[in-house]
Design a protein around this ligand. Structure first.
Ligand code: WQD
Length: 340
C-alpha cells in the first residue's frame, strides 16, 4: 500500500484529503504544527475512517526536525504539501512571517526528501490575478501578486519547476485551487477559521448561527450581472479527490514532464449575492447582509477552465452549490454543538 505524507493534514483541505486518500486505499501520515488547526481533527478523522492516522507534530520551518523525519520515514512514496500560512490580509501586515514559513517549509521538505518522490503542491488561482480572458486556463500569464500570500504561491511554483527541471527523481503537480467551500457529508470535519473569517462562506455560516453580525457584501457596483464579484466555488471534497487523482497520475510516471500545473475548480462562476441566496434557499435560513465598499485586492471575476484537469487527471467536480451550502451549514451547527 503506497504511503502518502500530508503536511497540514489537520487543516481544512488537508483533513478532507486524508479521508479521500484513505478511501482510495493509501496509508496516510500527517505532519502538522497545529498553528492553524486543532488536534481533535485526528479524532474526527478516526470517526470517519476508523483509522488513527500516524501523526507527527513538527514545524516544517525546523530543518533538523524535517531531516530527522525523512530519515526515519524512508517508505513515504508521495507528499501532498498543504502546510503554509494562507490569510491574504495577514500576509500584507506580516510579509516576512509568510515568506519565512511558506518558503522554509517547502525548501526543507525538498532538501530532506532528496530521493524519488511524488509531490503535489497546494497552489491557488490567485496566481492569475484578474485574468484577461475567462474561463482562465493554465496557459494564462501569472500576474503580479496582490499580496505576499499570493506571491508565496507564485514563487513556490517557480521553486518547484526549477528544482524538478534538474531533479529527475522529483515528480511535481501543482494544483491551482479556486475557492474551496463546504464540509464533509458527515459534518465531522470542516473549515475552522481562526478569529473573524475573511472568507465569504465561513462568514455566512457564522452569521447565520448568530456568532457574527450581518454579512458585508464587498461591493455591488462591479461589471457583473448583479454587481457583486464572481468566483469559482468548489466543494472541498471534490478538491480533496483532485489530490488523489494527482497522486495517481504521478504514480503512473508517464507524464511528459516532471512538473505540471492543473486548475481545480468547477468551471462555473457564482456571484456573492448568488451564494447568499443559495444558502438561504437550501437551508431555509434568512441571512442579514449589507452592501459595503469594495475590498482592496479583490478581482472582479474569476473562474477556471478545467478541461486539462478533466482530461489529464481524469477528475471532475461533481458536487454543486446546493451541497456546498448544505454541508457548510451542517458543519457550523455541528461545531456549535460540539466545540473543539
Ligand atoms: C470571495 C468573494 C469577496 C467575505 C481568497 C484567496 C484564495 C483562497 C480563498 C486560501 C469576494 C466576497 C468575502 C465577506 C464578501 N485563499 N466577500 N464579504 O478572496 O476569492 O480568495 O480565499 O486558500 O487564494 O485569494 O475568497 O471568500 O475571501 O471572497 O463580500 O465577508 O466574497 O469580496 O468577492 P477570495 P473570499
Amino acid at each position: 500500500m503506497a504511503k502518502i505524507l500530508v503536511t497540514g493534514g489537520t487543516g481544512y483541505i488537508g483533513s478532507h484529503t486524508a479521508v479521500e486518500l484513505h478511501n482510495a486505499g493509501y496509508e496516510v501520515v500527517i505532519i502538522d504544527n497545529l498553528s492553524n488547526s486543532n488536534i481533535k481533527i485526528l479524532t474526527q478523522l478516526h470517526a470517519i475512517t476508523g483509522k488513527w492516522f500516524d501523526f507527527h507534530e513538527i514545524d516544517l520551518q525546523d530543518a533538523k526536525a524535517v531531516q530527522e523525519f525523512a530519515e526515519n520515514n524512508t517508505d513515504i512514496d508521495g507528499i501532498i504539501h498543504f502546510a503554509a500560512y494562507k490569510a491574504v490580509g495577514e500576509s500584507v501586515e506580516q510579509p516576512l512571517k509568510y515568506y519565512r514559513n511558506n518558503f522554509y517549509s517547502l525548501i526543507n521538505l525538498l532538501t530532506s526528501f532528496n530521493r524519488k518522490i511524488d509531490f503535489v503542491f497546494s497552489s491557488s488561482c490567485t496566481v492569475y490575478g484578474q485574468p484577461e480572458t475567462l474561463p482562465v486556463t493554465e496557459a494564462a500569464p501569472v500576474q503580479k501578486a496582490e499580496s505576499p500570500y499570493g506571491n508565496t504561491k507564485q514563487i513556490a511554483e517557480e521553486i518547484l519547476a526549477e528544482t524538478a527541471a534538474v531533479t529527475p527523481d522529483l515528480n511535481v503537480i501543482a494544483l491551482r485551487y479556486f475557492n474551496p467551500v463546504g464540509a464533509h457529508e458527515t459534518a465531522l470535519i470542516g473549515e475552522l477559521p481562526n478569529g473573524v473569517p475573511a472568507n465569504l462562506v465561513p462568514f455566512i455560516t457564522q452569521s447565520a448561527i448568530g456568532k457574527r453580525g450581518p454579512i458585508t457584501v464587498y461591493g455591488n457596483d462591479y461589471d457583473t450581472p448583479d454587481g457583486s464579484a464572481i468566483r469559482d466555488y468548489i466543494h472541498v471534497v471534490d478538491l480533496a479527490k483532485a489530490h488523489v487523482a494527482a497522486i495517481k497520475k504521478l504514480e503512473k510516471g508517464n507524464a511528459a514532464a516532471n512538473y505540471d500545473v492543473f486548475n481545480i475548480g468547477t468551471g462555473k462562476g457564482s456571484s456573492v449575492l448568488e451564494i447568499i441566496s443559495a444558502f438561504e434557499r437550501v437551508n431555509g435560513e434568512k441571512l442579514e447582509y449589507k452592501i459595503g465598499p469594495r475590498r482592496a485586492g479583490d478581482v472582479v471575476k474569476v473562474y477556471g477552465d478545467v478541461e486539462k484537469s478533466n482530461k489529464e487527471l481524469g477528475w471532475k467536480a461533481n458536487l454543486d452549490i446546493n451541497e456546498m451550502m448544505r454541508s457548510a451549514w451542517e458543519w457550523e451547527k455541528y461545531i456549535k454543538a460540539n466545540p473543539f
